[in-house]
Write a new protein. Structure first.
Length: 185
């Protein structure tokens, strides 16, 4: 029962950490990051497809993304999709590739992005604590049902709390790194 509770907690916490990393990769930090375009959907052959399925995105330098379409016929649609996205980017194409210059961030925009990063971090911490609560509830119910002893309950709660503290510290480190990236960008 202790192992089940720990696995439940670890699974929920790992999911929260992965979601945090994915969300943070979408936050534009002033440097060109191909992850910024992950949510862009392109009209291709009558359907909306993720950009990844119709092109490759590279960052040849800190201020430019280059999108190379698998099919040259979709270059204009890719440009249109990027320009119509809510990312504030202005793409242009030369018939072969789409170039997306990444503008420098203003001080106000940096502060807004920092707030957004903190909000994403808080969401991750809430998800981690929710996983801890679910595992603790499982242990408390097992103790109430006499499946585990009071000592096992205490030991299990301590292990789960230790894991929670470690992951919250990891989240703070990831948030700090992203914040520094935004402010220095």
């Amino acid at each position: 029962m202790l192992e089940q509770a720990q696995e439940l907690a670890q699974e929920g916490m790992d999911t929260a950490l992965e979601r945090l990393k994915k969300e943070l990769s979408r936050v534009r930090a002033g440097r060109a990051n191909p992850g910024v375009l992950d949510e862009v959907r392109v009209e291709s052959y009558g359907t909306q497809l993720p950009l990844k399925q119709v092109a490759t995105v590279t960052a040849p330098d800190a201020r430019l993304l280059v999108v190379k379409a698998f099919d040259r016929g979709s270059v204009a649609a890719i440009e249109r999709a990027i320009n119509n996205s809510q990312l504030g980017l202005n793409a242009s194409n030369d018939g072969v590739v789409v170039r997306v210059p990444i503008p420098a961030l203003t001080e106000e925009r940096r502060r807004d992005l920092t707030k957004q990063v903190h909000s994403i971090g808080e969401d991750a911490k809430i998800a981690i604590r929710r996983a801890r609560r679910d595992a603790n509830d499982l242990l408390k119910q097992a103790e109430k049902d006499k499946d585990i002893s009071e000592d096992d309950l205490k030991r299990g709660l301590e292990k789960i709390q230790t894991a929670t503290d470690a992951l919250v510290k990891d989240v703070d480190a990831i948030i700090g790194k992203k914040e520094k990236e935004i402010l220095d960008g």
